[in-house]
Design a protein around this ligand. Structure first.
Ligand code: ADP
Ligand code: MG
Length: 744
């Protein structure tokens, strides 16, 4: 795997700084014609005007029309920010947030983390200079806990709203409330301000702040990278020096404290599909702006028979396109379900490429998926070397969130990975058929720049059977994390929350019960101290509970290690033809207690050899993922230390303590050995199989707990460890006490 250097973030000194500034400007100027050639450019004035005159605007535009990269810039250029208010743009996925931020920083002509930055879980690349912040929807949701009125923002843009992720849906509801409250306070403020003449000048008319622009220059302590545009636009502003401090006596609100300078919150909802009326209806008939896209015809092919193995088919279809069309006829984009699929196809392609006869051009697989490190993401966007064709292997991240230039061929596996929830099995990951609407989006990616081709790895009859649209995530996944966040944000009765699509009562009740069993809620449904802590912690409540419990158990270091290790799909890679060899090589890490401790052993060994590349190869260790694990661990350590935990508390060799801690969060994910040798889940009486990759595979222990269930042809438990049945009962006296009394 390539060792791309991480981007240097070292503070540059002034000479270098000026050179860098010039570089930023040069690049931005080069990109300007491209920006102005986007379909959305002609709608610039009307977008700004609509946002000025309405609290909420819905914007619909085809993928690639320029919504995500341009609209935030239009607002930035038009005085929608101030020195105390920024613009937030949310994305459902981390990769989208980081790579779009990078692109926009280039277009604006600033360093990433300067005027344009991003913040995602475990990674903050922003500063107090940041006026345009790209973030994940989950991150903004957590920000509401510490900043209930989102006072840091003048505008929140909810991007990719059509995806209807769980967190976007919850944000929609919360933003509506925040907007209403801020409008009320702004009105109060305005009435108050009108009484004093000094106040009126400072109030939000951007044209009044030309002076602050100049003032800012004279300070000279920081070098800021301005937008490279000529100051021709009279609205273009940088109100860095706008001060709110010496405003007259603030209006005090007993609930929210000091509300000086509160102004309206603008909300923009952006979607790539046409069904925007629902969003508009939800936001009191907000106006909908449609932006036309540009689409060339795409020829679509289906397979004549259903494919037994879509990975094989994807591999073969790619080779066929590559060898049968000239390499300058465009790159290939392959849609797969997840990282594991992607890495498998990547390996297959590299193996095939190794035996290409002379004359066949080179092929460059470029993976892109949620957990891909930032440094490797840019490869997808960089032009391929000459006589080389890029093969982009992507999850549905490339469906609407990212537009990758140069694609002419799309291969659609027809599947994606979704989180599913069934109270009897808990949460699981499912590889499922996509919807027709997704299939159409995928096809559209081939016709962005010229006529293209789409190869669907399924039959036309199968296409006809696909659902029209995907079910919103809120209707099909575990709600405990969002219920916890709603509770922490002060929503006392989550059953009455204004959901755009209401989840079932049963699912909500289940979430409440789980939070109660985790002791995040008390008998009255009120947040406990631990519950509040858990809500601020950027992990599912189960993991948060494990880390919380590890303090008392004295194994925080190990708990953080293992939680970090569980944050990636796979720590090893097992080539199909070297299964035995790789199993043998991994024996050295194996713990008889199961995967959690096996992973811990792996981490310790990996640290000892400093992540040595050859060592990783010899042991079939997925180095890319291990490095991600170290990143996550570092972030978790920092965060835990900030939240007051002693991260050095270690249990040494008494590793049972670690397993018990995990059980205190994962008591729902337990299964007991049956007389017939199978395992049955404790919460739903389902037959559960230990994943073949597990160190407990084919072992018989009285009880197990697992990190997650994956459903392919049967229910597979992944990351499994042995548990003493007694520990399970102790792990949640509340739950099992209740179940027992319920049964009698
Ligand atoms: P939308 O949000 O409407 O789907 P975007 O704003 O994401 O559109 O993309 C607009 C255009 O910017 C695309 O046509 C794409 O070619 C270009 N673009 C976006 N990101 C990059 C990038 N990282 N590198 C090169 N071009 C990019
Ligand atoms: Mg977009």
């Amino acid at each position: 795997q390539p060792d791309l250097p991480a981007e240097s973030s070292a503070p540059a000194h002034s000479k270098k700084h000026h050179a860098a500034k010039r570089d930023y400007r040069t690049l931005a100027l080069q990109l300007k014609p491209q920006r102005e050639g986007l379909p959305i450019f002609s709608a610039r004035a009307s977008i700004i005007q609509q946002v000025r005159s309405h609290p909420t605007v819905i914007i619909v535009g085809e993928t690639g029309s320029g919504k995500t990269t341009q609209i935030p810039q239009y607002l930035l250029e038009s005085g929608f920010t101030s020195n105390t208010r920024a613009i937030a743009v949310t994305q459902p996925r981390r990769v989208a947030a980081t790579s779009i931020a990078k692109r926009v920083a280039e277009e604006v002509g600033t360093s990433l983390g300067g005027r344009v930055g991003y913040t995602i879980r475990f990674e903050d690349c922003s500063s107090d200079k940041t006026r345009l912040r790209f973030c994940t929807d989950g991150l903004l949701l957590r920000e509401i806990l510490s900043d209930p009125l989102l006072r840091r923002y003048s505008v929140v843009i909810l991007d990719e709203a059509h995806e209807r992720t769980l967190r976007t849906d919850i944000l929609l509801g919360m933003l509506k409330d925040i907007q209403r409250e801020r409008a009320r306070l702004a009105l109060l403020n305005q009435q108050h301000l009108e009484l004093t003449e000094t106040a009126t000048r400072q109030y939000e008319e951007p044209e009044d702040h030309q002076w602050s622009h100049r003032d800012h220059r004279s300070h000279g302590t920081h070098v800021t990278f301005d937008t490279p545009q000529e100051p021709e636009k009279e609205e273009e502003q940088e109100e860095e020096e706008l001060q709110f401090e010496d405003q007259p006596t603030p209006v005090i609100d007993d609930v929210h404290g000091d509300v000086t300078g509160i102004d309206e919150l603008k909300v923009i909802v952006m979607s790539a599909t046409l069904d925007a009326e629902r969003f508009s209806g939800y936001f009191d008939s907000a106006p909908i702006l449609y932006v036309a896209g540009r689409q060339f015809p795409v020829t679509t092919y289906y397979t004549t028979t259903p494919q037994a193995d879509y990975l094989d088919s994807a591999h073969l279809a790619t080779l066929q396109i590559h060898t049968e069309t000239p390499s300058n006829s465009g790159d290939v984009l392959v849609f797969l379900s997840g990282q594991e699929d992607i890495e498998n196809v990547e390996r297959l392609l590299l193996e095939s490429a190794a035996s290409f006869p002379p004359g066949v051009p080179a092929l460059l697989p470029c993976p892109i998926f949620a957990a891909l490190p930032q440094a490797q993401q840019s490869r997808v966007f960089d032009p391929a070397p000459e006589f080389t064709r890029k093969i982009i292997l992507a999850t549905n991240i490339a469906e609407t969130s990212l537009t990758i230039p140069g694609i002419r061929h799309v291969i659609d596996s027809g599947v994606h990975k979704v989180r599913g929830f069934d109270p009897r099995i808990g949460e699981s990951l499912l590889v499922e058929p996509i919807s027709k609407s997704s299939a159409r989006q995928r096809t559209g990616r081939a016709g962005r720049e010229a006529a293209g081709f789409c190869y669907r790895l399924y039959t036309e009859a199968d296409y006809a059977q696909l659902a029209e649209d995907s079910v919103p995530e809120i209707k099909r996944c575990q709600l405990s994390m969002v219920v916890l966040q709603l509770k922490a944000a002060g929503v006392a009765d989550v059953m009455q929350f204004n959901f755009m699509d209401r989840p079932s009562k049963k699912a909500l009740k289940h979430a409440l019960l789980e939070l109660f069993a985790l002791e995040a809620l008390d008998d009255h449904g009120e947040l406990t101290a631990m519950g509040r802590w858990m809500s601020e912690f950027p992990l599912e409540p189960t993991y948060a509970k494990v880390i919380y419990a590890s303090q008392k158990a004295g194994c925080t270091r190990e708990a953080i290690d293992v939680v970090s290790l569980l944050s990636v799909d796979s720590l090893f890679y097992v080539p199909a033809d070297k299964r035995e060899e790789s199993n043998a090589a991994q024996l050295v890490f194996k713990s008889t207690e199961g995967d959690h401790l096996t992973f811990l052993n792996l981490l310790r060994a990996y640290t000892k050899v400093n992540g040595d590349r050859e060592w990783c190869q010899e042991h079939f260790v997925n180095r890319r993922n291990m490095r991600h694990v170290l990143d996550v661990r570092q972030q978790l350590n920092r965060l835990c230390a900030r939240l007051g935990l002693d991260i050095d508390r270690s249990c040494g060799t008494d590793l049972d303590a670690v397993l018990k801690c995990f059980l205190s969060g994962f008591f729902h994910n337990c299964a007991l050995l049956q007389p017939d040798g199978t395992y049955r889940s404790l919460s739903g009486s389902q037959t559960v199989h230990i994943h073949p990759g597990s160190s407990l595979f084919a072992k018989k222990v009285p009880a197990i707990f697992y990190d997650q269930l994956v459903f392919t042809n049967k229910l597979h438990a992944r990351a499994v460890s042995a548990a003493d049945p007694l520990w399970i009962a102790q792990a949640s006296p509340k739950l099992y006490g209740r179940l027992n009394s319920g049964a009698s």
